[in-house]
Write a protein that binds this ligand. Structure first.
Ligand code: MRU
Ligand code: ZN
Length: 217
């Protein structure tokens, strides 16, 4: 099955859901300075062949226009004729889809995700233990601990890709890029959003806990 076989109804459904998620994130202030990008997969999946809708690069993501998204394939090539440029960080989405088969990936910049990525940079991971919201990742064991990987924020974005390949933890549906932002994913937009909200809660918790524990300043 190729992209041409995907029905117009299915494309409309995905873009409709995508538009809602984007507006919701905009209302939370998650797209400061055009930062952040979102993608949602469409059609059948294999690690070698898949398609996804992705936000166009450099747009004001707090606005809704007919030029907000385009469809690309597993190589990041547009599936339809367009003048739009896919997100500068499309290579990160491609690799996460290839490794996980996720249905949606959301990347945002926030002050808390930037702060914890720097504070824990030496260990290359943010440790989080025993906080109830870890269950949002479908991890139910008593006093569970996760380590959210922190990757190097290379200006040449494709250089980050091998670090994703090496560091992605199948139990943890997210990763941080140092002093940049978080990518969170899930089997569909609902789950990716749930994971993103949980990460943002947990990063704020960790930051505040470090302050209370006197490890900062
Ligand atoms: C202007 S914010 C920095 C951007 O380079 C990037 O990190 C980002 O998240 C948005 O890039 P985009 O190409 O619009 O998807
Ligand atoms: Zn970014």
């Amino acid at each position: 099955m190729s992209f041409a076989d995907i029905t117009t109804e299915e494309k409309r459904r995905v873009l409709g859901e995508f538009t809602e998620v984007k507006a919701d994130f905009a209302s939370r202030g998650w797209f400061a300075g055009t930062g952040g990008n979102l993608s949602m997969r469409i059609g059948p999946y294999s690690p070698e062949r898949f398609y996804f809708a992705v936000t166009a690069s450099g747009k004001d993501k707090t606005r809704s226009t007919p030029e907000d998204f385009l469809f690309v394939d597993q190589d990041g090539k547009p599936c339809e004729a367009t003048t739009l440029k896919p997100s500068a960080e499309t290579s990160l989405h491609r690799e996460i889809y290839r490794l996980t088969g996720a249905g949606a990936i959301f990347h945002i910049h926030s002050v808390f995700n930037n702060l914890v990525s720097e504070w824990f940079w030496e260990r290359r991971a943010v440790p989080i233990q025993g906080v109830e919201l870890i269950k949002a990742f479908n991890i139910w064991e008593e006093d569970a601990r996760i380590d959210v990987p922190i990757l190097t924020n290379y200006a040449d974005v494709p250089r980050i890709v091998p670090e994703i390949t090496e560091r992605l933890d199948p139990r943890v549906p997210g990763l941080l890029i140092r002093k940049h932002g978080v990518c969170a994913w899930g089997k569909d937009a609902f789950e990716a959003k749930k994971h993103l909200e949980a990460f943002e809660f947990l990063f704020e918790y960790v930051y505040r806990w470090e302050l209370l524990a006197g490890r900062k300043g």
